[in-house]
Design a protein around this ligand. Sequence first.
Ligand code: ZN
Length: 282
Amino acid sequence: MDESIPTTLPALPTNYNQRVAIPIPLTPPRKQFVVAILLLLSSFAPLALAQTQPPASPSPAKPPLMVPFTPQPKPTPPAPPRTLILLDPAHGGPDTGAHLPGNLLEKDITLAFNNRLRALLTAADFAVISTRTSDPSTLFTTDQRAEIANHARAAVCLTLHATGSGTGVHLFTSALTPPAHPTHVLHWDTAQAASVADGRLIAVAIRSALIQARLPATSARASVRPLDNLTCPAIAIEIAPLADPSSSPTPVSDSAYQQHIAEAIVAALTDWRTANLAGAGR
Ligand SMILES: [Zn+2]
């Protein structure tokens, strides 16, 4: 007799709502049968669950997102680099330069003219470097000035002088001969040769602007230091008193006279810059 099968059943409930658990011992075949039934039911469970879930109601249509259109400002293109002008007020310190009428020293006149020209160039949106902005206590050699100028890679270098002889403005460019073929090797004593053609073109433009401003101007070629050692187009500008047939000459220290010269130089360089930038395709 199979002892796992109970011989007596529990009493039936009198209340039919009451449920009574009837233990049914599981023998291996019966276990397999029950497991199969459970597996079968469980396979239908997701389906039944899916059928009992209410259909997903469509979510109400969201109103379109309204973003106010704000025109974005166009990015500002980077400003082109400013044209760099190097000014070299000649002499200074123990090197006084020429002794000029009125007990004036050339080194003081060149520094004053440097300051005036520098202010006008800056106002015309040039970048400006001066080899000196004060009177040095020691000797400031032309080689030292050339080193500063060549390191700065200026577009134009102007060496400033003053004299008590002649009239108006004297312009000098290097007497070096331009190289027959372009070369990347520059020698210290002839560094200006590669730029001398450009320097002469700028000197012509400055002379024209001076004459247009009713200022006498001459141009010549001379191997004046540090012109020959400069790698930028270089011009020496020497201010002389302004002769006046009806009265005494205007001295080089005259501020209005200096201003008149400086304005003409800046006008010429501004025109040259415009033509130069247009030629470069910018
Ligand atoms: Zn001088």
